[in-house]
Design a protein around this ligand. Structure first.
Ligand SMILES: Nc1ncnc2c1ncn2[C@@H]1O[C@H](COP(=O)(O)OP(=O)(O)OP(=O)(O)O)[C@@H](O)[C@H]1O
Ligand SMILES: [Mg+2]
Length: 161
């Protein structure tokens, strides 16, 4: 099950993040795939907004792989695996987040071994024709995430702020 959307500005990509966040439930995994500068962190800022967390706090962590943002409707765990060294993954204690109460938003999601989690929402961000154009593809893996994706599809854009 897929949903594909085009955006023409960072604000628009963020707005879709916020819209997804509003239909998320506890213990959800949002995997982000896309090249450097595609807009993964931008999307996570939108997730923060949609959860009621100040989006300005969210940026690409340079030294930490995991940043935790409490205080919203659900806690947000922003995980960026870009600097992950191959063998270190077991040492991160990721399970605490992935199976915790909040929303795990994971940049460079492909660095995770696929057997670690069978179900998740995959958000792929690709560059479009123009500098500010992006193509967002939402793919639900597992029944629970298909339900979330259906909720996203039927959420009205007027709910965006
Ligand atoms: N439609 C758009 N959606 C998202 N970002 C856009 C868009 N148009 C332009 N941009 C710009 O693209 C950049 C996206 O940066 P961002 O840090 O979100 O990327 P990233 O995928 O997290 O990169 P990295 O892999 O380095 O973490 C920002 O500078 C943003 O302003
Ligand atoms: Mg980033």
């Amino acid at each position: 099950m897929h949903l594909q959307l085009h955006t023409t500005s960072p604000e628009e990509t963020e707005a879709y993040g916020a819209r997804l966040a509003r239909v998320l439930q506890p213990r959800t995994i949002v995997g982000l795939v896309g090249d450097l500068g595609a807009g993964k962190t931008c999307f996570v800022r939108g997730l923060a907004t949609g959860l009621g967390i100040a989006p300005d706090e969210v940026h690409s962590p340079t030294f930490t792989l995991i940043a935790e943002y409490p205080g919203g409707r659900l806690p947000l765990y922003h995980i960026d695996l870009y600097r992950l060294e191959g063998a270190a993954i077991e040492e991160l204690g990721l399970e605490e987040y992935l199976f915790g109460a909040g929303v795990s938003a994971i940049e460079w999601f492909r660095f995770l071994p696929s057997e670690l989690m069978p179900e998740y929402m995959l958000v792929t961000i690709a560059f479009g024709a123009g500098d500010d154009e992006r193509v967002l593809t939402f793919s639900a893996r597992g029944e629970r995430y298909e339900h979330i994706l259906r909720a996203l599809m039927s959420s009205r854009s007027s709910e965006e702020t």
